[in-house]
Write a protein that binds this ligand. Structure first.
Ligand code: FAD
Length: 378
């Protein structure tokens, strides 16, 4: 008789829930600890690309997810409201969706796979030999421990893994508001208001609005301003500042001005290593990145999936070596996504338009579910 292998996971964010569902579907018993007493997500909307959508396909989550998501006809870039480019993303899978909908979908998939999720359970650390410690003092032994507890990961810090943190000069405030499409059309009838539109103003001051339709009713808007711009980064937002710079967006900016919001400075964190013994780190715990490529959660999900694959293929005795082999194979894709996102944050080059070409699409096109993905072709 074989006993099921057991995983303990710290953090029920997108990374933790994906890893939990992927492991449970491979036969593991899985318990997830979430510090918050509510199971919910912060933020407004999110863009997902082929890499994470392929994982969600394999988890059986995409029919539900796509029933309330949107694939915009084009990614449009504007400078001072003049169109610079309209990229139709032919051959690239991508959707925008609200975070609450993605979160509910992942929770359902994880629970249906038999995952136990404990809310109000704070993790204080873990040891390489597979002991997880809770803030309550309780301990649990596992064959695999996953630190998916975000950018300030307690699991990572308890292991003492060296970390480099770079903060960027820009940040963003995100809102989920009603589409108000008819009102927007009245202001600018020629605009395709179903497009994802990246509105940039660099002169006379740096302000940017990401306009991201998520479904027929809900719009995700993200307002970017430099960290040192106290007026641009203020919440609730300064309606007159934003609507004088983006008058054609006034109806949806009025909606955003009624919401509390929170301004986030961009940051990139790079770790010396992602694994130690039976412990692996994924998501923002391992590799927080600037949102330029919209791949923080996407790479978290791809790494969650491939981690579950590697841990399941490993024998118990080889777990530590298997986890470091997983990091060696998978990490370069995420490192490059971090570098590219950081580059775009540093240069603001996305304002030039036509950016989704060549190497930039590597992460979006990566298929973490392809068993032959690391084979070298002659
Ligand atoms: C402005 C902005 C826009 C973005 N846009 C996109 C996008 O379009 N597409 C995309 O793919 N990514 C995007 N991202 C990145 C994405 O949001 C993150 O990379 C992703 O949410 C990280 O997920 P995670 O599960 O690793 O971490 P988190 O979402 O931080 O989840 C960690 C969870 O662990 C819990 N936790 C923390 N500490 C403990 C503890 N000690 N014990 C137990 N539980 C704990 C937390 O409460 C939380 O629920 C964006 C990020 C920003 C800032």
């Amino acid at each position: 008789m074989t006993t099921r292998r057991h995983a303990e996971i710290s953090g029920a964010g997108f990374a933790g829930l994906t890893a939990a569902a992927a492991l449970a579907k491979r036969g593991w018993s899985v318990r997830v600890h979430e510090r918050s007493s509510d199971l919910r997500t912060e933020g407004a909307g999110i863009v997902l690309w082929g890499n994470s959508l392929r994982v969600l396909d394999r988890l059986g989550a995409t029919p539900d997810l796509e029933s309330r998501a949107m694939r915009s006809p084009a990614y449009e870039t504007r400078m001072n409201n003049v169109i610079k480019s309209q990229e139709d993303m032919e051959g690239v899978r991508w959707i925008s969706v609200t975070r609450p909908h993605l979160y509910r979908t992942l929770l359902t998939v994880a629970r249906e796979a038999g995952v136990e999720i404990v809310a109000g359970s704070e993790v204080s650390g873990a040891t390489p030999d597979g002991v997880l410690t809770l803030a309550s003092g309780e301990t649990a032994r596992a064959d695999l421990i996953v630190g998916a507890d975000g950018v300030n990961s307690a699991v990572r810090d308890a292991l003492g893994i060296p970390l480099r943190r770079e903060r960027s000069r820009d940040g963003i405030t995100r809102f989920l508001v009603p589409r108000r499409k008819a009102d927007l059309q009245a202001l600018e009838p020629d605009t395709e208001w179903d497009n994802y539109i990246d509105f940039w103003n660099l002169e006379p001051r740096v302000l940017r609005v990401l306009y991201v339709p998520c479904n027929a009713e809900e719009l995700y808007i993200a307002l970017m301003a430099p960290v040192d711009d106290s007026q641009g980064s203020k919440v609730p937002i300064d309606l007159e500042l934003w609507s004088s710079n983006f008058p054609h967006l006034r109806p949806v900016l009025e909606e955003a001005a009624q919401l509390p919001g929170r301004y986030y400075g961009y940051q990139t964190t790079r770790l010396d290593h992602w694994t130690e013994g039976r412990v692996a780190l994924i998501g923002d715990a391992a590799h927080a990145m600037c949102p330029a490529l919209a791949q923080g959660a996407g790479t978290a999900m791809q790494n969650a999936w491939t981690l579950a694959e590697a841990a399941t293929a490993s024998s118990d005795a080889d777990m530590a070596a298997s986890l470091s082999g997983w990091e060696r194979r998978e990490r370069p894709y995420t490192d490059r996504a971090q570098d590219r996102s950081q580059y775009y944050a540093d240069t603001r080059q996305m304002a030039e338009g036509s950016q989704f070409q060549g190497d930039i699409l590597e992460t979006a096109l990566y298929d973490p579910t392809d068993p032959h993905r690391h084979e070298v072709t002659a």
